[in-house]
Design a protein around this ligand. Structure first.
Ligand code: KMH
Ligand code: ZN
Length: 270
């Protein structure tokens, strides 16, 4: 089966002090996404930063970034409604009004490193309902087994449509650790017909991504998840991370999904 590759070029946490090659401004993000598209990515998971590189849910910045990406390539845009720990949920949820093809939905409040990632139950229900109304397909970010159960409850309440699309996020301090056992546990508990990818944060990024791809999952690559190409070597940008995952897919005899194939697989509205 095809592998959907998602590029996550920026994320909410890292700064240029951590890696000077991090794209943060709309034109930099759009350029990074275009290069990733040519390397095989069919989805762009987009976080926004303000002019001082802080995470933001500013609608003008979001619109500008989406437009710049669309001018450069037809990649499917998945806006992050996670945005960043410092931005209130009530601002984050407004991003879906821009009607990206997809957006993330984080089902539970949790500790996140030394901070708190606030996703209150009533807000999550409201956001899921609004996404359904607007035809914005949710990517369900699950950081532990209880998060999967929360998503299944939303499905049972009629707030999520099939096929459910999960990101299994491992390696956040506050969520499940980045281990093969945790990946197996979560994959085994996914409902029939679910589409899934691994988001492996930090030093287990390459090994767990390879494991997930061998198990039939999709893959995510980019500086949101790791700033290093290998131990001690900062990545010079997103390109080598995306190219490596595309090469891995081909080595596993799985072809890389095009934008059209991905849109059909995820049943995205056209
Ligand atoms: N960086 C992820 C672990 C989202 O985009 O919705 C958390 C996140 C969530 O950024
Ligand atoms: Zn994200």
């Amino acid at each position: 089966m095809n592998v959907v590759i998602t590029v996550a070029p920026t994320g909410p946490i890292a700064t240029r002090a951590d890696n000077p090659n991090l794209p943060t401004q709309p034109d930099e993000i759009a350029a990074a996404v275009e290069r990733a598209y040519h390397l095989g990515a069919s989805v762009a998971h987009v976080h926004l930063r303000d002019e001082r590189d802080r995470p933001t849910a500013d609608l003008d910045i979001a619109r500008r970034t989406m437009d710049l990406i669309a001018e450069r390539c037809p990649i499917l845009i998945q806006l992050s409604t996670g945005v960043g720990l410092s931005v209130p949920f009530e601002e984050r949820e407004k991003l879906v009004e821009l009607r990206p093809r997809m957006a993330t939905l984080n089902p539970c409040t949790m500790s996140f490193g030394d901070g708190e990632f606030r996703n209150p139950p009533d807000g999550v229900r409201r956001l899921a309902a609004r996404m359904k109304e607007l035809g914005v397909v949710p990517e369900l970010e699950i950081y532990d087994t209880g998060h999967l159960d929360a998503c299944l409850r939303l499905r049972d309440e009629g707030l999520l449509d099939e096929p459910l699309q999960f990101s299994i996020v491992l390696g956040v301090r506050g969520g499940a650790a980045a281990t093969p056992e945790n990946l197996l546990t979560l994959v085994r508990r996914l409902p029939e017909g679910a589409i899934w990818q691994i988001i492996a944060i930090g030093k287990a990024n390459l090994n767990l991504t390879a494991m997930a791809m061998a198990m039939g999952g999709n893959a995510r690559a980019g500086m949101e998840d790791t700033l290093y190409l290998r131990k001690g070597e900062l990545t010079p940008g997103n390109d080598p991370l995306v190219a490596r995952v595309a090469a891995l897919a081909r080595s596993l005899d799985r072809s890389v999904a095009t934008v059209e194939e991905t849109a059909a697989m995820l049943k995205l509205a056209s």
